[in-house]
Design a binder for this molecule. Structure first.
Ligand SMILES: *[C@@H]1O[C@H](CO)[C@@H](O)[C@H](O)[C@H]1NC(C)=O
Ligand SMILES: *[C@@H]1O[C@H](CO)[C@@H](O)[C@H](O)[C@H]1NC(C)=O
Ligand SMILES: *[C@@H]1O[C@H](CO)[C@@H](O)[C@H](O)[C@H]1NC(C)=O
Ligand SMILES: *[C@@H]1O[C@H](CO)[C@@H](O)[C@H](O)[C@H]1NC(C)=O
Length: 380
């Protein structure tokens, strides 16, 4: 016990000595010089460049590193990196202030083997470009990657946007040398309201930078910059095949098939909406989340109508976020024909052939036996 305590004290004393000695070596290092922010036209992906302090330029025997700190508007905080290089590229929001700081870190014979950081730093704050008529930025920019096959981005017009204005969308990602313009605009009422990336493959798990700018009779529109990763904007297709049947032991068995599209099946999770309509017409519904493509429920009340519909999204083990698909068309038990059949039998004590119909699907019955059903309706 006493022994471990003394070793802790000893460690602390050593640490103190070490810090004191580092500070008393008297080595000072200048911060870097010529800090510039270079914009290669990649819509927010900027390159920060600097030079070593003049006094160190010819000291090639001393390894120099730099500590770059920048305010990341996307993360909402400062990010720091250390590099032996003289430039670094990072993603910025061009609608906000860009703030960067760089320190010099020197080691080797110049500092007697210790690493010394410059006391001061070189800083640069760049204001966003003030071009464009105030209040003309687009609103509600939203991108949806339908079925993981076709990306569509849309925007809304702001109240102050001049009627004569025309918007342009440009995009850039790391595989492109230059920003490119939208391959196919979506037009509504004669104006551009979005961009369809029809057949244009955008890479996933990398930032895609967008700029929506434009011009009007009153001058240039204020540009909007957005950066996103497409895998987080997927909307699966609606489920088209939903099967429902009753099992002999009074259970309802529901299963469905994956929607068409390129979303990998292992990434999908499902929401099943189950509505029960009682004889009094009251509807109660519940939502069930599942990773499986089937569901079995007990059929408790025979006089209730059970309807189901299904939708899907990508789960969090594949992507950070996803849109829900549209709901499938509902499938009900008893179906319309079974309801009709019950109604017929109750009211006429007739039409025994209709008893068979419950096993068939409703659309099938209406198309193959319209006369039977019309007879039944006519009799009531
Ligand atoms: C570095 O060395 C070059 C020649 O080797 C000389 O021209 C230059 O002035 C030196 N720079 C500094 C800052 O000492
Ligand atoms: C450099 O470090 C060595 C041991 O690490 C020390 O003995 C020496 O005094 C130091 N020299 C200077 C100039 O600080
Ligand atoms: C975008 O293009 C695809 C493929 O050509 C098409 O199916 C889709 O309807 C288009 N979207 C709009 C909103 O025009
Ligand atoms: C819109 O942005 C693109 C890409 O930066 C640029 O080439 C174009 O000149 C801009 N257009 C207007 C009207 O500002």
């Amino acid at each position: 016990m006493g022994r471990s305590r003394s070793s802790v004290t000893h460690g602390a004393a050593l640490m103190l000595l070490f810090i004191t000695c580092r500070e008393c070596t008297g080595f000072t290092v200048d911060p870097p010089e010529d800090l510039v922010i270079f914009d290669p036209g990649h819509l927010g992906h900027l390159e920060i460049r600097w030079s070593p302090p003049a006094r160190l330029i010819n000291k090639t025997e001393c390894p120099k590193h730099y500590q770059l700190e920048y305010f990341s508007t996307y993360k909402g905080g400062w990010t720091a990196i250390r590099t032996p290089g003289r430039s670094y590229s990072a993603q910025f929001d061009l609608m906000k202030d860009i703030r960067v700081k760089v320190f010099t870190l020197l080691s080797g014979p110049c500092t007697n083997g210790t690493m010394v950081k410059s006391k001061s730093y070189t800083e640069l704050v760049q204001k966003p470009l003030s071009t464009g008529v105030e209040g003309t930025r687009v609103k509600d920019f939203i991108c949806v990657f339908h079925k993981m096959e076709n990306m569509e981005c849309k925007w809304g017009r702001s109240a102050k946007m001049p009627a004569t204005s025309q918007q342009n969308l440009y995009f850039w990602h790391k595989q492109l040398e230059h920003a490119e313009e939208c391959p196919e605009y979506i037009i509504s009422g004669g104006v551009r309201i979005g961009c369809n990336f029809t057949g244009k493959v955008l890479p996933d798990f990398t930032d895609i930078n967008f700029c929506i700018n434009g011009s009007s009779a009153e001058g240039a529109l204020k540009p909007t910059f957005i950066s996103l990763q497409i895998q987080n904007h997927v909307k699966p297709g609606a489920t088209e095949k939903l099967y429902l049947r009753t099992a002999p032991d009074t259970q309802l068995e529901l299963h469905w098939e994956c929607p068409v599209g390129s979303v990998p099946e292992h990434c999908l999770e499902w929401e099943v909406e189950h509505s029960q309509e009682g004889p009094d017409g009251k509807i109660a519904s519940q939502q069930i989340l599942t990773q499986q493509k089937s569901l079995t429920l007990p059929l408790i009340h025979d006089d209730e109508r059970n309807c189901f519909r299904v939708r899907s999204q990508l789960h969090k083990y594949c992507v950070d976020k996803s849109y829900w698909s549209e709901w499938s068309r509902p499938n009900c038990y008893p179906g319309n024909v079974v309801l009709l059949q019950k109604h017929c039998i109750k009211n006429t004590n007739a039409v025994p052939a209709l008893a068979m119909l419950g096993a068939l699907d409703p659309q099938g019955v209406y198309s193959t036996c319209p006369t039977l059903i019309n007879t039944c309706i006519a009799r009531n």
